[in-house]
Design a protein around this ligand. Structure first.
Ligand code: NAD
Length: 493
């Protein structure tokens, strides 16, 4: 798996490649071990950069720097802190072309889509920078001889661990509220996509963020992520990634008694009623499970369709899927590669399992081939039907452009199929019936419900998981308080 791939990639490392190192205490910092691994461009399989392979010593240096910077950052007037954080957002926009190119080369995000994702990443800093001066406690009425009030205080040093599927955006989503709350931060990005986060820290520092307030240590989960989570000076952890790793990090946080936000996976249902506007629904339902090549935690991968329109819907969806251009630099909407070889093999493995378990393939079903795709980790947009609820393709998160079609006859049945999952990140409803959409939305077990939309979330609204999709919420006003402690002060008058 992953280790073998990395060793092979390291063996092919050559001099002259771009080298990505940690960003600690306001400076590019070489790994103490002097070890590096190679990062691969998924659109062609070529080695793209050498990345510092960090270890517990590098984590120690980064946490020490964050801890030293903590008191003055926390003591800064929130308005002034917010102004600096908003400058980070503006600086990201100034570097939008270069950052978009990094996202495209590093994880295969289509080149016409990546600028929009960088702009969305900048919005986290604009929003939380603006919110920083408006977080305040309450005075609480008890009785006439008591004065009781609350203060919100930062935790200190926050550890943030992110996945590879939209690296800058994932980092920004947690870093911006953590900083706005007055914490200093150490981020460990995915070993598959290290560069965007290192650039974020460098750009933030150039924009005026003091040294040590935002540090990045690159490397693997076991070598860097786990020492970060176990470090005694880390007072709060925010993790985005798989359920398996989230469970492990949650267990360590439990032993240490530190709070943890977990943003995990999904197998989100998208219910299409017969009265939906079909042409819009078809395009958006497809977008819901193929956007970013399906590598979005909120992908709508279980498409639950009213039986009376199943045949027509299925035909329209398959036609739309076949018409999507494949290639990272094609006109958008197009399909880029899967972000790394490990994930590419995993997606193909799910296609094998669907075949073995007897699902009926409607379109796609394998690697995508064609001019300009050689060496890249491309797969076809893929749709299955005639599935059973116990099939892996119905139950497990594929994290590729793969959807299943499931028919229903009644509203109750649609809701029960939608909720038949261990996950609960997102859900969708397509219908023109204004009563039904809200009646159904209230019964869906998901942190986000889209009505006649998909992937429509922005920084202002909370997101997070029901059930095994996670703990806590990111985005929105509430997220800033997840990076703060509540102190009550009570006085007898
Ligand atoms: P992953 O769990 O394999 O890795 C995530 C991060 O954890 C990486 O940085 C990795 O190096 C690190 N890690 C691995 N083992 C660790 C350990 N023992 N201790 C500490 N850190 C460790 O996930 P991935 O494959 O990078 O990402 C895909 C998953 O992320 C999918 O399940 C997807 O649904 C989920 N995801 C969730 C959201 C969300 O907001 N809910 C967003 C994007 C992705």
């Amino acid at each position: 798996g992953r280790c073998k791939e990395m060793i092979q990639e390291t063996a092919t490392a050559s001099a002259g490649l771009r080298t990505i190192v940690h960003f600690i205490d306001g400076q590019d910092t070489a790994p103490q071990s002097d070890n590096y691994f190679d990062s691969v461009d998924p659109s062609n399989g070529a080695v793209y950069a050498r990345v510092a392979s960090g270890n517990a010593n590098d984590v120690g240096a980064a946490v020490a720097s964050a801890k030293a910077a903590s008191a003055s950052w926390a003591a800064m007037r929130p308005l002034d802190r917010g102004v600096i954080i908003q400058k980070i957002g503006a600086a990201l926009l100034e570097h939008i072309v270069a950052l978009a190119e990094i996202e495209t080369r590093e994880m295969g995000m289509p080149s016409q889509a990546s600028p929009g994702i960088i702009a969305a990443s900048a919005e986290y800093f604009t929003y939380y920078g603006g919110l920083a001066p408006s977080v305040h406690g309450d005075t609480i009425p008890v009785d006439e001889s008591t004065l009781a009030y609350t203060l919100y205080e930062p935790y200190g040093v926050v550890g943030i661990i992110t996945p590879w599927n939209a690296p800058l955006n994932q980092a920004a989503r947690s870093v911006a509220p953590a900083l706005a709350a007055g914490n200093t931060v150490v981020v460990k990005p995915s070993e598959y996509t290290s560069r965007a986060t290192v650039e974020l820290a460098r750009i933030a520092h150039e924009a005026g963020l003091p040294a040590g307030v935002l540090n990045v240590v690159t490397g693997t989960g076991p070598d860097v992520g786990e020492p970060l989570v176990r470090h005694p000076d880390i007072e709060k952890i925010a993790f985005t990634g798989s359920v398996r790793t989230g469970a492990r990090i949650g267990a360590i946080a439990g032993e240490r008694i530190v709070p943890v936000t977990l943003e995990l996976g999904g197998k989100s249902p998208d219910i299409v009623f017969a009265d939906a506007k079909l042409d819009v629904a078809v395009r958006q339902v497809l977008f819901g499970f193929i956007a970013n090549s399906g590598q979005i935690c909120t992908s709508g991968t279980r498409v639950i369709v009213e039986r009376s329109i199943l045949a027509r819907f299925s035909e329209m969806l398959a036609d739309a899927a076949r018409s999507i251009p494949i290639g990272v630099d094609k006109p958008f909407p197009c399909l880029g590669p899967i972000a790394n070889r490990m994930q590419y093999e995993k997606v193909l493995g799910y296609m094998d399992s669907a075949r073995r378990e007897g699902a009926r393939l409607i379109t796609g079903g394998g690697p995508a081939r064609g001019v300009g795709l050689d060496g890249g980790f491309y797969v076809e947009p893929t749709i299955y039907t005639d599935v059973r609820p116990d099939m892996k393709i119905v139950r497990e998160e594929v994290f590729g452009p793969v959807g299943v079609l499931i028919p229903f006859d009644t509203e109750e049945e649609a809701i029960s199929i939608a909720n038949d999952t261990d996950y609960g990140l997102a859900a969708g409803i397509w219908s023109q019936d204004a009563s039904r959409v809200h009646r159904v939305a209230a019964q869906l077990q998901a942190g986000t419900v889209y009505i006649n939309a998909w992937h429509a979330q922005t920084v202002e609204v909370p997101m997070g998981g029901y059930k095994r999709s996670g703990v806590g919420r990111e985005r929105g006003i509430g997220a800033i308080k997840a990076y703060m402690q509540t102190k009550n002060i009570t006085q007898k008058l």
